[in-house]
Ligand binder design. Structure first.
Ligand code: C2E
Ligand code: MG
Ligand code: MG
Length: 742
């Protein structure tokens, strides 16, 4: 029924075809095949290009009605830009039989594009050449293919860009599938990878970095047993020997019997990020300039090895090394130069350090650190430090300069000095500052437990000192200098004492160094000068005039125009300049030859006399001193006390006295305590003596009583002649005046 309708309809709707009796007369089954065929089909006239008939599938695919089709030519379903050549070829091809023309593009009624594969066959319709066309709409298939290709190329690109390889391995057959990126990661060819490998070992582990093989094996074994995915980071070796880092993930699949049948995984080349990480880690732990461990690394190391309660047999030496002179070099020759020097220092340090155990580092600036665990006790550390000092003080030849640096070393031992790493660092640092301060020269110094105590005391002393002047806790005591010939005092030295509210009476040895280093010596020294001049002025007023000697330390000269101060004080106290003598040590005198000499000259011009204190303890010959305006030499107590005991020292004392006399210098011998010493001094021609033998330093009132007694009685000291027996070995005024008298 339905077919009749179709046939009837067809005869009505396709008037053109009715002109073609042969086609219209074709068998029912053939028409049926044409009409109902799922593939679009049509017949067109090879001369007019007009459609002669179309089937339902063509109508459905193209959207034209049958009438519309029959009013069109085949040219109209083609895209103009594709041209007519294909049609011309069809027309030209007069061979009978099926011809496959491949895919072309056709336009649908709605403007959409169809991609169709065309198979044609030359036929005759009503005696005219026509073309029977069978079309296969491949639009979707091609689109799908294109999409897949697109997806695959995107995936491949992702793998390439992300350095992620994907692999598959059949454990039964040994078959392996690798994506391209896998080959790139391993830097190996397909042939190499497919070279026979047994099913249980895989290509990837064959190229695993030797040190990581165990880890890879263990991880895979664990994944195989547990059935869980694995993940690990390891290294692989490329064909060219380059080692690369990969992040591997994968899992096993099992057959129904539970036997592992295949493996699937990814391999991510993470070499670049790992190298960046390594670089960052390196930078985080190394000094960028010298390549030595930096402060963070040193601290981390110390924290790991120096632990409270650690075994005491694992001794550790921490050495802090510092250089004097580096700042000046940076300043004068430039920082780039200073940097080269630091690099060279680092190199020398490393040269002294065996690779195993310990660490060499730069703490910052010109501060270096060595930690060693193989030096043993203090004597071992000491030997090492001495060697190190030797190495580091040798001249540095850089950029045509020969430079010398003065290294100092502070050392602390774990666990002897401290058990916590920060404490150990503090100890070594304290030792270093002691090494720098006290030796003021090259030297190694170790932390000793007392040092911390000493450092705390120093600080306390400094704080107390700053208040002492205002609180009126200082006073002066006076020690006379006796002339053996007259048995009378010719002068008195003013010596400072500190009545500390808690610590009692302190001598200069307990606080002068702190005062000098802190700069407090300047106001203290000014007070001493004023106080001593005032006392001497009073002695004159009492009718017992006596010259007063005041000690001046280096720092006072450095930090203050001392000559101006002296002038002011003399004016204020109305003391005659000839009644004042200033005592300076020889090093202070010769140190700053130009300016120092000018200052001394100004003082001398004022009428003040200058004495060289502690003569013989410095390194200067009398010949050097002759260029300086000085009046008096005070022979150091050390020589005097060795008189009669050490023939060599006696000879020196004798030479000094002879030379000084030859130069018209006054010589005072300090620290004579015994009759024998006085005898010898007298026999050497030194008649001015300051020492306990005659008098200890006296409190001001006591000293004034002494002066009064001297003016009233001439025989306050017994008449002295060499080798005669002393009448009163201790003298009348020898009562100790300080708790710390020497
Ligand atoms: P100095 O200037 O060489 O003073 C002499 C030191 O020798 C004094 O010690 C004195 O008490 C001590 N002395 C004197 N005779 C004898 C003796 O027979 N035997 C012994 N064992 N010692 C004796 P003092 O007072 O402790 O002073 C020590 C140093 O402190 C002084 O050495 C001086 O360099 C410094 N000094 C003292 N007072 C001042 C001051 O006011 N200013 C400055 N800048 N330094 C001062
Ligand atoms: Mg003195
Ligand atoms: Mg002295």
């Amino acid at each position: 029924m339905a077919t009749d309708v179709v046939a009837a309809k067809e005869s009505a709707e396709a008037p053109r075809v009715t002109e073609e009796p042969s086609w219209r007369e074709s068998s029912w089954s053939y028409r049926e095949f044409f009409r109902k065929n799922p593939y679009p089909m049509w017949i067109w006239d090879l001369e007019t290009f007009r459609f002669l008939d179309v089937n339902d599938a063509a109508i459905a695919h193209y959207g034209y009605s049958r009438d519309e089709f029959l009013a069109m030519t085949v040219k109209e379903v083609r895209l103009p830009e594709d041209g007519d050549q294909a049609l011309k070829d069809v027309v030209a091809n007069d061979k009978p039989g099926l011809v496959y023309w491949g895919a072309v593009r056709h336009r649908k009624r709605d403007g959409g594009i169809l991609e169709v594969e065309i198979t044609t066959n030359r036929v005759e319709v009503g005696g005219r050449p026509a073309n029977f066309v069978m079309l296969n709409d491949v639009t979707e298939r091609l689109n799908a293919l294109r999409a897949r290709a697109e997806t695959e190329s995107v995936l491949a690109a992702v793998q390439r860009v992300g350095h992620i390889g994907i692999w598959y391995r059949n454990l039964m057959t040994g078959e392996v599938i690798w994506t391209d990126e896998m080959y790139r990661i391993f830097g190996r060819s397909r042939e190499e990878i497919y070279a026979p490998i047994d099913a249980t070992s895989d290509a990837a582990s064959r190229y695993t970095y030797a040190e990581d093989v165990e880890l890879v094996k263990r991880t895979l074994e664990e994944a195989r047993r547990s059935g869980k995915p694995y993940e690990l980071r390891h290294r692989v070796v490329r064909a060219d020997g380059e080692v690369r880092w990969v992040h591997a993930r994968g899992w096993y699949e099992y057959d129904e019997r539970g036997t592992p049948s295949r493996m699937i995984g990814t391999l991510h080349d993470i070499t670049e990020p790992v190298r960046a990480e390594e670089r960052l880690a390196y930078l985080a732990e190394h000094d960028h300039l010298t390549g030595l461990a930096n402060r963070t690394a040193i601290e981390t190391y110390l924290q790991s090895v120096a632990t409270p309660g650690g075994a005491s047999d694992s001794r550790l030496a921490l050495l802090f090394i510092d250089f004097q002179g580096l700042k000046a070099i940076n300043y004068t020759l430039g920082h780039a130069f200073g940097d080269r020097l630091l690099v060279e220092i680092g190199r020398r340090m490393t040269a002294q350090h065996p690779a195993r155990g310990g660490i060499v580092g730069r703490w910052g600036g010109d501060n270096f650190v060595i930690v060693r665990d193989d030096l043993g006790d203090r004597s071992g550390v000491s030997r090492f430090a001495k060697n190190l000092l030797g190495g580091l003080s040798a001249p540095y030849a850089i950029g045509g300069h020969q430079l010398r640096l003065v290294p100092s070393i502070g050392a602390a031992l774990y666990p002897d000095d401290a058990t916590a790493s920060e404490d150990l660092v503090a100890c070594a640092n304290t030792a270093l500052s002691h090494a720098k301060e006290i030796t003021r020269d090259k030297g190694a110094r170790f932390f000793a437990a007392e040092m911390r105590q000493a450092a705390a005391e120093r600080l306390a002393t400094e704080m107390d000192l700053s208040k002492a002047l205002l609180a009126g806790e200082f006073r002066l005591v006076y020690q006379p200098v006796i002339d053996l010939r007259t048995r009378r005092a010719v002068s008195a030295e003013a010596l400072i004492r500190w009545q500390h509210p808690e610590r009692g009476l302190l001598g200069p040895e307990s606080f002068l160094e702190v005062a000098e280093q802190s700069g407090l010596i300047v106001p203290i020294g000014a007070w001493v000068l004023r106080e001593a001049c005032a006392a001497a002025r009073r002695w004159s007023a009492l009718g017992t005039p006596l010259r007063v000697a005041v000690n001046v330390s280096a720092e006072q000269i450095n930090r203050e125009p001392i000559a101006d101060l002296v002038r002011t004080v003399l004016a204020d106290t109305k003391l005659d300049a000839s009644m004042l003598s200033l005592e300076l040590t020889e090093n202070v005198i010769v140190r700053d030859a130009g300016e120092g000499r000018a200052t001394l000259q100004r003082l001398r011009d004022m009428g003040v006399s200058i004495a060289v204190d502690d003569f013989g303890t410095g390194n200067n010959s009398l010949a050097q001193l002759k260029h300086f305006p000085i009046d008096t030499l005070k022979i150091d107590r050390g020589f005097v006390q060795d008189l009669g005991r050490d023939p060599f020292e006696s000879a020196i004392a004798q030479a000094i006295i002879a030379l000084a006399r030859g130069r018209n210098l006054t010589v005072i011998a300090e620290g004579a305590e015994s009759r024998e010493q006085v005898d010898i001094l007298a026999s050497l021609g030194c008649t001015l003596i300051q020492g306990y033998y005659f008098s200890k330093p006296l409190e001001p009132e006591e000293f004034e009583r002494f002066l009064r007694a001297q003016s009233q009685r001439t025989n306050i000291f017994p008449k002295f002649s060499p080798r005669s027996k002393p009448i009163n070995a201790r003298g009348a005024f020898s009562r100790p005046s300080t708790t710390s008298s020497r």
